[in-house]
Design a protein around this ligand. Structure first.
Ligand code: HEM
Length: 152
């Protein structure tokens, strides 16, 4: 199609029209959770949380665990300001409440992350292990409530 347009422009003596000079722009990304901004932040959380789960019981790794907690917290903060993709499929009358509920649950998640930080700072690794389990359960319930169907 672009070729035909360029041919027409060239015939009309407008060969240097930007449409002909520039390569076609990539198509806009689709709005699913693989490409959303929230999906990106969640993916960052996955990376930090995976490492954290493996090492949280090890007191000698607490300095590194605290860095992972800081990354997890930052991505969770950024997530709280975004809206789940699923919101777009909801009736307008319930959409705002759904997004507000999501923000609230993310904030509750962050409050637990802060407790985890305090436990690690105090060298209370047993407590930290329990808090990681708590975060895991908030992850599960958050995904059940706010993620699109067919995802865990
Ligand atoms: C340790 C905590 C968590 C981890 C590691 C995590 C991880 C992930 C991952 C890997 C994805 C898929 C991202 C992608 O599609 O590329 C995802 C998606 C999602 N998560 Fe989480 N998650 C966590 C906590 C939560 C919590 C607490 C909530 C809600 C309160 C939540 C809500 C969502 C939603 C709504 C999506 C879909 C993304 C979208 O709608 O665009 N997650 N999460």
């Amino acid at each position: 199609m672009r070729f035909l347009v360029c041919l027409a422009l060239a015939t009309a003596g407008i060969a240097l029209h930007p449409l002909c000079a520039a390569p076609a722009a990539p198509a806009a990304s689709v709005n699913d959770s693989d490409t959303t901004e929230l999906g990106g932040r969640m993916d960052e959380m996955r990376v930090s949380f995976r490492k954290l789960r493996r090492q949280v019981s090890d007191a000698s790794a607490n300095a590194s665990s605290l860095e992972l907690v800081a990354s997890l917290r930052q991505a969770a903060e950024q997530s709280a300001a975004l809206a789940p993709a699923r919101a777009a499929a909801l009736p307008e009358s319930t959409r705002a409440a759904f997004v507000a509920d999501f923000a609230e649950k993310m904030k509750a998640f962050i409050a637990e992350v802060d407790k985890l930080k305090a436990a690690l700072e105090a060298g209370k690794n047993d407590e930290a292990v329990a808090l990681v389990a708590r975060l895991e359960s908030l992850q599960k319930s958050g995904h059940r409530e706010f993620r699109s169907a067919k995802r865990d």
